[in-house]
Design a binder for this molecule. Structure first.
Ligand SMILES: Cc1ncc(COP(=O)(O)O)c(C=O)c1O
Length: 360
């Protein structure tokens, strides 16, 4: 039996959400609130653009490997020059390329816990030493990093706002840390940027050790077509581009992302809807004295006595949410995606039928 290399052989893989054939085929009959996808379809203009490409576009040709039109639109959206932008087949693909570009066995990577777990997988697969730091351990980002007591921190991975806790780190903290560790890359994962409206994007022109990753899967609603991008100093982009597979940003993803950027108002109105639905949901939980952790993103956490039974019960009613109870600091907590108010009201009606003995 041929074994994978040691770092892969010993790796605990990322635990995917519920993304099965059954759920996708039955998407209109279920409430999928486990992976922070939107609960509505994306802009009709995106559907029109994809349909037109399917009818008239050259499906037989490779896509534009530089995503030139998309980068131009992203430059407008992010207010950064095009040479600071690289596109990817989802932001996970960007995280993977960043790990492969910068990490090897002599490097340490700081990851705050609990957090989105995919970067851990990529860092470990590159043999990097992983240093987990509890995100609650100290006041500022710099103080937290210093607790690692590590000489050779090559990269700090920070999800901002964090998934699943919603914790945010301010621009001043990031500047302080990036100045104190000029040879360390600060990788800021902004998958939920559109929901919180705060970004570190404008730091990447002045700091050649900050990389921002973004996704079209969340507020723009394009999880199925896979598109993400990074914002970074041109020197960093040049290095990452050496291993980036431009063809992986497939033609339909490029077309869809361009159409999404041509109709940002659709996205903004969904963000507004999520904000109203979130306030409503928080009030419902609070009225029942169920502890809630609010976040600036499109998810919140709530705490119950028996999260496994609650998740199982709801799954039997075709509602999918994510048990986060096994993560540090999150005993008893379940993460729920916030979608539009109509969906959250449907959720609530069924949630009220969960036996009380599992709630408190
Ligand atoms: C923090 C964070 N980063 C990245 C991703 C993956 O995004 P994409 O679909 O662009 O690969 C997710 C998805 O849940 C996420 O929560």
């Amino acid at each position: 039996m041929i074994q994978a290399k040691k770092s892969i052989h010993e790796l605990t893989p990322y635990a995917d959400g519920n993304h099965s054939d059954y759920l996708i085929k039955n998407h209109t009959k279920i409430l999928k609130l486990d992976s922070n996808e939107p609960t509505i379809t994306p802009s009709p203009k995106i559907v029109d653009a994809i349909t037109a490409y399917l009818k008239h576009g050259p499906l037989y040709l490779y896509p534009d490997v530089k995503s030139e039109t998309l980068c131009r639109k992203l430059s407008h959206y992010t207010k950064l020059p095009e040479n600071h932008i690289l596109t990817f087949n989802g932001s996970d693909h960007a995280l993977e390329c960043i790990a492969r570009t910068f990490l090897d066995k002599d490097n340490a990577v700081v990851i705050f816990q609990p957090t989105y777990d995919h970067f851990r997988v990529y860092a470990q697969s590159c043999d990097a030493k992983r240093v987990n730091i509890n995100e609650q351990i100290a006041d500022t980002l710099l103080q937290r990093i210093q607790t690692a007591n590590e000489q050779n921190i090559r990269l700090v991975y920070l999800v901002n706002p964090n998934n699943p806790t919603g914790k945010t780190v301010s621009k001043d903290e990031i500047i302080e840390a990036a100045r104190s560790y000029p040879n360390t890359i600060f990788l800021i994962d902004e998958a939920y940027y559109e929901f919180c409206g705060v970004s570190m994007a404008n730091l990447v022109t002045d700091f050649n050790n900050i990389i921002v990753t973004r996704s079209f899967s969340k507020a723009f609603g394009l999880a199925s077509v896979r598109c993400g991008y990074i914002l970074a100093h041109p020197n960093l982009c040049e290095s990452i581009n050496k291993i980036r597979v431009g063809k992986n940003v497939n033609a339909l993803a490029q077309i869809a992302a361009c159409a999404a950027l041509d109709d940002v108002n659709y996205m903004y109105s969904y963000v507004e809807e999520v904000s109203m639905a979130k306030n409503w949901m928080i009030k419902q939980f609070e009225a029942k004295n169920i502890p809630v952790i609010k976040t600036p993103a499109n998810f919140i956490l709530f705490q119950v006595k028996d999260p496994e039974n609650v998740v199982d019960f709801l799954e039997r009613q075709h509602i999918y949410i994510r048990n986060r109870s096994m993560m540090p600091n999150l005993k008893g907590y379940i993460r729920i995606t916030i979608g539009n108010r109509e969906t959250m009201k449907k959720f609530w009606t069924i949630f009220e039928t969960v036996p009380q003995r599992w709630i408190a």
